[in-house]
Design a binder for this molecule. Structure first.
Ligand code: ASP
Ligand code: MG
Length: 439
């Protein structure tokens, strides 16, 4: 079994959907194809929801109409035959009728999730109409019948596995399944989602649940690159990464892959491939248990980082101090990215400032608190870089003109993290591209 996930841009135009149909029928391997919403749709749905949450029905209606026009046009180029046109039209009608009805009912969080689900529901149904017109045998597996999260909003993996198995068993005569990324049911049985960009997560969860041979993530670039192509001129695709390396890169800024999407595949040891719809024969990036090679592979940057420094002479020779500090972050469900300590101070970084004021208030009894905003974490990722002798030297040589605020090294065998003021980000990525990759 092979899982193939196509993102918003890969299904965002009728001709792209046609290409997807070709890619999924190239070989006879049984497949589950996971689709995102057409590019831009989820953003529009968020906008509609936001208007409704503030009672702005007029703007919500205008956005709904604009989106509907987009879909009406889309289907004129998606399918040709009259009865397929009318099938596609009735799908669009059904979903926009729903959106128009919600204009008249009171807004709630559950309704918001229902609104956000419309994109993937439509993209998959419309794609199936196209497959039908092409005479390609397939089955639409509704994600809401097997994909779920528990009360902590974590995937209910055992249940997903059981339900998916039952569905596949029930349709064992089928070889091609289409399903929605992103959407799921929550513990209350309501429609919910795996957060923005969550279709990758869906694909990885399905790959793990179905114990697939491979999980292919199709996007519009040829894999994970060694640096941010938006910032530096020359970058190259990375051939192979370990799950750990890929997770670090995804978390620390490489936009191609959703950070949560690594663990399910890793848990069941399913290789993940990042491939390019525009260049389907390019090798892309393969993510497996093995790292493939030793040394530095990539750098990535994550903005919007807040550093919190707690200085206290009480820390001197004391035990249990760090636990008390960490408990405060745990209480406010705020995760810490970097930690450095000295004998009288500890610095941590966070990227979520929702509870910053509460956190500061609770930390104040521990010592003097300093807050430092607008930072960027630069993450240098590679296999056994802690054991690769010259990496630190090359890194610091390259960064000679840059004031580095924090360094985290040795936490794992495949990561060095630096904290810098965000104003230096571009320069740092460029300097490291030269210093570490000679590009
Ligand atoms: N459509 C959703 C989003 O745009 C999920 C995804 O594309 O992965 O966030
Ligand atoms: Mg997307």
């Amino acid at each position: 079994m092979k899982i193939m996930k196509f993102g918003g841009t890969s299904v965002g135009k009728p001709e792209r959907m046609h290409e997807v149909a070709q890619l999924i029928t190239k070989d006879a391997t049984p497949k589950i194809v996971v689709l995102s919403a057409l590019s831009g749709t989820t953003n529009s749905l968020v906008e509609i929801s936001n208007y409704l949450s503030t009672g702005n029905r007029i703007s919500a209606k205008a956005s709904i109409d604009k989106l509907e026009a987009h879909y009406r046009k889309f289907i004129t180029e998606l399918v040709k035959g009259e009865n397929f046109q009318s099938k596609a039209n009735s799908i669009v009608t059904e979903h926009f009728e729903f959106l128009n009805i919600i204009l008249r009912i009171s807004f709630s969080d559950a309704l918001n999730k229902d609104i956000l689900a419309q994109g993937e529901l439509m993209s998959t149904k419309l794609f199936c109409v196209y497959l039908e017109e092409k005479g390609i045998d397939h089955l639409l597996l509704p994600a809401l019948e097997f994909m779920s999260i528990d009360a902590n909003e974590e995937p209910a993996f055992t249940s997903i596995q059981t339900k998916l198995h039952a569905l596949l068993q029930h349709h064992s005569d089928k070889k091609l399944f289409i399903t929605q990324g992103y959407i799921c049911k929550n513990a209350k049985g309501e429609v919910d989602n795996l957060k923005r960009g969550g279709s990758d997560y869906t694909a990885s969860l399905i790959a793990a649940a179905a114990n697939a041979d491979v999980c292919e993530i199709w996007t519009d670039i040829d894999g994970m690159h060694n640096n941010d192509p938006r910032v530096v001129d020359k970058t190259m695709a990375i051939e192979q990464l370990s799950f750990e390396e890929a997770a670090e890169l995804a978390y620390f800024g490489a936009k191609i892959l959703h950070p949560t999407c690594i663990w399910p595949a890793q848990q069941e040891n399913v290789p993940v491939k990042l491939l390019n719809t525009m260049e389907p024969d390019a090798a892309g990036t393969t993510i497996t248990k093995e790292a493939g090679s030793v040394g530095v592979k990539a750098v990535a940057a994550k903005d919007g980082i807040i550093a919190i420094r707690i200085k206290s002479s009480r820390m001197l020779l004391a035990y249990g101090f760090l636990r008390k500090v960490f408990e405060v972050f745990e209480k406010y469900k705020t995760s810490i990215d970097m930690v450095t300590t000295s004998e009288v101070a500890v610095s941590v970084t966070i990227d979520n400032d929702t509870f910053l004021n509460d956190i500061i208030k609770e930390l104040e009894p521990f010592g003097i608190i300093e807050i430092d905003k607008n930072n960027t974490i630069i993450s240098i990722v590679g296999n056994e870089i802690a054991e690769t002798k010259d990496v630190m030297k090359r890194m610091f040589d390259a960064l000679e003109p840059i004031p580095v605020r924090m360094v985290s090294y040795g936490g794992s065998h495949h990561n060095i993290s630096l904290l810098i003021d965000s104003q230096y980000k571009r320069e740092v990525l460029q300097l490291l591209n030269k210093g570490l990759f000679g590009l």
